[in-house]
Design a protein around this ligand. Structure first.
Ligand code: AMP
Length: 198
């Protein structure tokens, strides 16, 4: 099962991806997580990505395409994967199409979590407060002002990715404002449908 989860930052992609990992036994490939790990490890990619990530902007297509190209070659991704946070531009979506076809692979599903963007800022304020209360570090880019920049980057660059997949007939949508368990149920129904036709 090869799946793309789409939706703006704060839509719940990370939360739902964890549940898909548990139920379908495929890894979550989050470019955000991989970039944060590269920043923490101080790798050349991390050094290039750090400032742009902290400001809420987008890391270059070239860097993230390279990361994903290498990551989907790893053993645990052979039986499938969930892409979370990638593709974020049409150029990345086109690069992914090329990458998959060169490897003789295809996507099984593309699902967008549709949310009310005004409500997202409130969600992010909660996420930061919860992390703080649990004694966990608060992501710099979960600061409400930086979050608004991330949302603006989404609307400028990434909102066009859903229509890209709508055109191919692959795009399915789920109401991401519903309670977490209901979102999971709707998502799993789509994945079970995709698996049945695979
Ligand atoms: P995320 O955890 O998915 O919200 O990603 C955190 C940050 O990492 C984003 O705000 C971007 O700066 C960067 N990032 C993650 N994925 C991508 C991507 N596919 N393209 C460009 N930048 C990305």
């Amino acid at each position: 099962m090869r799946l793309i989860l789409l939706g703006p930052p704060g839509a719940g992609k990370g939360t739902q991806a964890v549940r898909i990992v548990d139920t379908y036994g495929i890894p979550q490939l989050s470019t955000g997580d991989m970039l944060r790990a590269a920043v923490a490890a101080g790798t050349p990619v991390g050094l290039r990505a750090k400032a742009v990530m902290e400001s809420g902007g987008l890391v270059s297509d070239e860097i993230v395409i390279g990361i994903i190209n290498d990551r989907i070659e790893e053993a645990d991704a052979k039986k499938g994967f969930i892409l979370d946070g990638f593709p974020r531009t049409v150029a990345q979506a086109e690069a992914l199409d090329r990458m998959l076809s060169e490897k003789g692979l295809k996507l099984d599903a593309v699902v967008e979590l549709v949310v009310d963007q005004d409500a997202l800022v409130g969600r992010i304020v909660n996420r930061a407060a919860e992390a703080k209360a649990a004694g966990q570090p608060v992501r710099k880019d979960d600061d409400p002002e930086v979050f608004k920049t991330r949302l603006a980057a989404y609307n400028r660059d990434t909102a066009v990715v859903s229509p890209y997949y709508a055109k191919t007939g692959m795009l399915k949508t789920v109401d991401g404002m519903k309670p977490i368990d209901e979102v999971t149920k709707a998502l799993f129904a789509i994945l079970d449908g995709a698996r049945a036709t695979a």
